[in-house]
Design a protein around this ligand. Structure first.
Ligand code: LMR
Length: 327
């Protein structure tokens, strides 16, 4: 009887342990640099809420906006070390891992958020996202956030010649350095969290940003002119630490994937809506010049050296696919 009891207890114990293991709480961190009210901020929170609801609280994603946890300088290192599990940097910031991500910063290639999304969702785009796996990261999807515009404190910018001698903040080197160089302007690579102060203290004369970031970061307080040029598209790549991702039980990972899919649909709807709302607000606050088609054409032509330089670096196949999906 004693042995029988012991065996029973043993079984029970094992069963309990197995149950504990299968219901063990999983906590992950999602760090990003944008404000909570931006498409990225709202979508990251939506993703966390959906995951909590669909896993009955078993998986908790804690969202840290506004570079609170990690910023541009250290978020990749933190992700690779699994100190944070999700980040969503703009594609161009992946330059040090794979030059091809700079396609995101190419001038006058993506027409709008939809065109950018079509590229990142395509087989070519997906392959590019998968290329991060060899570096301990998994690229999951893209969250576009509008076209980037020029801003500065000194003068109205209508022609390529107007840029001569000005200095602009850029989020990452490569294509953006060359865009400004082609316009006779200089650049400084400054982390997103430090841009407002850099503009205020005149470390740089201007920046390149989406309406939504311009509005949320209050750049109109410290700058005087905005030129609507729709230079390039700002798309975020949602990236997860590979070790963490692979360690998720398959059913949980499937649920999390489904939640991300829904959060992505939400983000993409919101991006266009907030882009328009922010533009309307900015028109009340700052002098806005919208390039005429002729004026814009002069910029397209000025960007030819950038295209010539980057086509071999990024790859003709990627360019062709992006062009085809943005006609
Ligand atoms: C930037 O650095 O300008 C952007 O990538 C910031 C953002 O929205 O993530």
């Amino acid at each position: 009887l004693t042995l029988f009891t012991l065996l029973l207890a043993g079984c029970g114990g094992k069963k309990e342990a197995a149950q504990n293991q299968s219901s063990e709480k999983i906590v992950a961190k999602f760090s990003h640099v944008a404000a909570p009210g931006t498409p990225k901020g709202l979508a990251a929170q939506k993703f966390a809420d959906l995951v909590k609801e669909r896993t009955n609280g078993r998986v908790e994603i804690q969202v840290f906006p506004s570079s609170q946890l990690y910023g541009d300088k250290d978020e990749f290192e933190a992700l690779q070390a699994n100190n944070v599990q999700f980040i969503a940097p703009s594609a161009g910031k992946l330059i040090s891992f794979d030059q091809r991500f700079q396609i995101g910063d190419m001038p006058f290639l993506f027409k709008d958020n939809q065109g950018a999304a079509r590229f990142w969702d395509s087989e070519t785009g997906k392959k590019l996202l998968q290329s991060l796996e060899s570096q301990g990261m998994v690229g999951l999807t893209a969250w576009p956030n509008g076209m980037r515009q020029f801003m500065n404190s000194k003068k109205e910018l209508k022609t390529p010649g107007d840029f001569k001698g000005l200095k602009f903040r850029i989020p990452a080197g490569g294509v953006l350095v060359d865009i400004f160089q082609a316009l006779g302007a200089g650049t400084a690579n400054i982390p997103f969290s430090e841009v407002y102060t850099a503009l205020q203290q005149k470390v740089v004369d201007g920046t390149i940003a989406t309406f939504d970031n311009i509005e949320n970061e209050k750049y109109a307080e410290v700058l005087n002119y905005l030129t609507v040029a729709n230079v390039n598209n700002l798309s975020y790549i949602v990236i997860v630490n590979k070790q963490f991702w692979d360690s998720l039980p398959p059913d949980i990972r499937e649920t999390v994937e489904q939640c991300l899919k829904e959060a992505t649909e939400y983000e993409r709807q919101l991006a266009d809506q907030l882009d328009q709302e922010s533009m309307a607000k900015l028109k009340q606050k700052i002098k806005v010049h919208e390039l005429t088609p002729e004026e814009r054409q002069a910029f397209v032509e000025a960007m030819q050296p950038v295209w010539a330089k980057y086509e071999p670096i990024i790859g003709k196949d990627l360019f062709e696919e992006a062009k085809r999906l943005n006609q």
